[in-house]
Design a protein. Structure first.
Length: 224
């Protein structure tokens, strides 16, 4: 009986040691400290579809700010002019609205002038040639997404994953916590998107706590 007990005890301690080794091998320290790892946090500005939400942004372009005749404006229309040829009746025109002495006037520009910059000279709208800001396309690069058409916060992913790119970082001095999406890092600093206000900025690594530094080192190891 005593012999059986002893071998049972030996077996138990063997199993325990095995479990301990397995735990140490397969559970990285940072996984133990972040219990909610893997949690999906939908991106606030794009609400998950990853598309740029800047006003009027379409595939990374917004309407040109300049006073040019936008080729894709809805105002282009056919025009009824007495005695015009059949071919001319099919042409599109842009009704450019302006004011002379407080009175509303309309100047018509032909489709061939699409993309041209309009300025008022001596009270009359005149063309200054192809718009320099948009090169006549009527659209310019969206500053929010830098032309990518993707949400500036999640860069098109629509979500953040806790533990993968979303980390809780604490500052070294007061231990204040911050939910931060890590964008990139160097040996000295880490570039983050702060989840609270969606601001992107750099943090020197020596301003972060030892735990945060450890977490960053583990999740974002420096390229050799
Ligand atoms: Zn323009
Ligand atoms: Zn955009
Ligand atoms: Zn987004």
């Amino acid at each position: 009986m005593r012999l059986l007990n002893r071998s049972l005890r030996r077996l138990a301690s063997f199993v325990f040691a095995l479990a301990l080794v397995a735990a140490l091998l397969f559970t990285p320290a940072a996984l133990l400290q972040a219990a909610e790892d893997g949690e999906i946090v939908p991106c606030p500005p794009c609400r998950g579809d990853g598309v740029c939400r800047a006003r009027d942004c379409k595939e990374g372009k917004i309407p040109c700010y300049s006073e040019c005749l936008k080729p894709d404006a809805p105002e282009w229309t056919k025009r009824q002019i007495e005695g015009q040829s059949e071919a001319d009746a099919e042409k599109l025109w842009f009704p450019y609205a302006y004011k002379v002495n407080g009175k509303k006037e309309t100047a018509w520009f032909s489709r061939e002038q699409a993309g041209e910059l309009i300025a008022i000279e001596k009270g009359q709208p005149v063309s200054r040639g192809r718009c320099p800001a948009c090169a006549g396309s009527g659209r310019i690069v969206c500053q929010s997404c830098a032309g990518s058409g993707k949400c500036f916060a999640c860069l098109g992913e629509g979500k953040f994953v806790r533990g993968r790119n979303l980390l809780t970082l604490t500052d070294a001095l007061q231990g204040r916590e911050m939910e931060a999406v890590v964008r990139s890092r160097t040996a000295e600093r880490v570039t983050v998107l702060r989840l609270a206000d969606l601001k992107v900025f750099d943090i020197p690594l020596d301003k972060l706590s030892a735990e945060s530094n450890e977490l960053i080192a583990q999740r974002f190891p420096l390229a050799p």
